[in-house]
Design a protein. Structure first.
Length: 202
């Protein structure tokens, strides 16, 4: 929960990848809340110029006490992005995988392979960056700005994304404008602190 991958695409420009980081501080409820708020503020700042922000939805299959912290951070980010008036797209994890690879059960390595083929000039350092690039690509699909012709599967999966506040964005698309798309890949499980009873991620 100390890092979140962000991908931003301005019009026809090359995707720009970055990682929003916060340092793990002291243990305890208030310290953890402060870190969650700091992560939210950093993500909102990274998306400040975006017209459309696409995020990965919660993984309901996740287990472990860390999932509570991840869920809390997710809702804080959604709240912060909504308060800024961004158009939002929430992509379920299975939709992200199937849109990118054609299979809703694809692992991270396969997702990275497929999205790398679509963007051969973009260097991906982590699985989270690959996911962020895939999410941003789904945003481009929504605004009719993909640099390739979407497949039938991609078009089908686009209909399973939850979109919010996109009416004005649709008008811009009709006028031929190319909005700025930003995506965030939800933070990975945090490493346990000395007072934590959680196990390291497998």
């Amino acid at each position: 929960m100390t890092a979140t991958a962000v991908c931003t695409i301005f019009g026809a420009e090359k995707p720009a990848l970055s990682v929003v980081r916060t340092k793990a501080g002291q243990s305890g409820t208030q310290a953890k809340l402060a870190r969650l708020r700091s992560q939210r503020a950093a993500v909102v700042a990274a998306a400040v110029r975006a017209d459309l922000v696409v995020v990965e939805g919660p993984s309901f299959a996740s287990k472990g006490s860390a999932t509570r912290d991840i869920a809390g951070l997710w809702w804080l980010m959604i709240d912060g992005l909504s308060a800024c008036g961004h158009s939002l797209g929430v992509v379920p994890p299975s939709v992200l995988k199937k849109w990118t690879t054609g299979s809703g059960n694809a692992n991270k390595f396969v997702v990275g392979q497929h999205i790398s083929r679509r963007w051969p000039d973009v260097e991906l350092a982590t699985d989270d960056e690959a996911d962020a690039l895939a999410l941003a690509s789904i945003g481009l699909h929504f605004v009719n700005a993909l640099p390739w012709r979407p497949t039938a599967v991609q078009t089908e999966q686009l209909g399973r994304v939850e979109w919010a506040r996109t009416d004005w964005l649709t008008d811009r698309i009709t006028e031929g404008d190319r909005p700025c798309v930003t995506s965030t890949r939800r933070a990975p499980q945090p490493a346990p602190t000395p007072s934590s009873s959680t196990s390291p991620p497998g």
